[in-house]
Ligand binder design. Sequence first.
Ligand SMILES: NC(=O)c1ccc[n+]([C@@H]2O[C@H](COP(=O)([O-])OP(=O)(O)OC[C@H]3O[C@@H](n4cnc5c(N)ncnc54)[C@H](OP(=O)(O)O)[C@@H]3O)[C@@H](O)[C@H]2O)c1
Length: 333
Amino acid sequence: MNPTPRPLGTSPVAVGPLGLGCWPLAGMTRVGVSREAAEATVRAAVEAGITHLDTAYCYGERGESERAIRAALAAVGPSARDGVVIAGKCGIHWQPDATRDPPRRQVVDGRPERIRAEVEESLARLGTDRLDLLYLHAPDPVLPIEESAGALHRLLEAGKARAIGLSNASCEQLARFAAVCPLAACQMHFNMLQREIEREVLPWCRDHAVAMLVYWPLMKGLLAGGMTRDLVFPTSDSRHKYPMFQGEEFARNLDFVDALRPIAARLGVALTDLVLAWTAEQPGITSVLFGATSPAQMAENARALACELDDEARAAIVAAITARGQVASRRAV
Ligand SMILES: NC(=O)c1ccc[n+]([C@@H]2O[C@H](COP(=O)([O-])OP(=O)(O)OC[C@H]3O[C@@H](n4cnc5c(N)ncnc54)[C@H](OP(=O)(O)O)[C@@H]3O)[C@@H](O)[C@H]2O)c1
């Protein structure tokens, strides 16, 4: 994998080909990730040279992910903050809701006053004075996107963010946002089986020099190869609601994973390394954001930096993808 840092649009910020996604560390997907494990995972990332840390205001009900980053960087040393790119997101928060299990619901709120307040709180939780990259997490469905974009532009001008991004957006929303605020990056889901962005959003970003950072490269853990056919997620693990883990879809996805295993074995690499290396080399992909919940997972995934695919592996992967066909997908934040 080419480790050279890639610029985020025309901003002064650059990132490597892999970044640590800090959502699972908040303990909302995989319940029971301890604070110690979260901090140790971030620390292992930085020490392995994965210095792009992707988080959000809503990763955890009380900013658990942002707090883990702060603690991990403090443990690495006083200059650690300057050696990493912290990407945050605003515009989504949690509200208590007793009718649900777990008793909370996600609210998309991109009003300028809400954005300003969330960013101040994120900075305080992270113990820093600026985010290197700040995304609007998702367009607010009841607000013109220009209003949110204006708020982010003011934060850029005030030095609270060094680059601005937009996540979970259509081409029209990206264009309207970019007309108001310099847009450096876009974040969308993308993996071997969920490649919808290749149709419109990825070409738009390439045409407009906007970096593309992708989430769910491991399909929320499915492509890491450790899931068994009898797996049942507890309802407290938010993955139970996704079609990719249910019934026939799940069985066919696990068949796909089994088709990848001999390809990884021939190259002598872990399955996650094969998957991350393939994702990172797809045209137009700037950086791949993978989640991990332990230093051991982190160490395995960091080895993808040294993973080189050959043409035989690429052809076998394409054949396996074609045999599987496209999976049922849904957008989630
Ligand atoms: N912009 C958005 O709206 C948005 C939405 C979703 C995600 N994201 C970002 O993208 C990042 C990546 O997404 P994601 O974390 O949901 O999905 P992912 O990277 O596809 O999968 C992460 C999961 O894979 C499993 N895993 C990772 N490495 C492994 C290994 N070596 N061996 C076995 N299992 C392994 C872990 O599952 P276990 O928990 O079971 O250990 C981990 O939680 C997030 O962390 C977040 O920063 C952004």
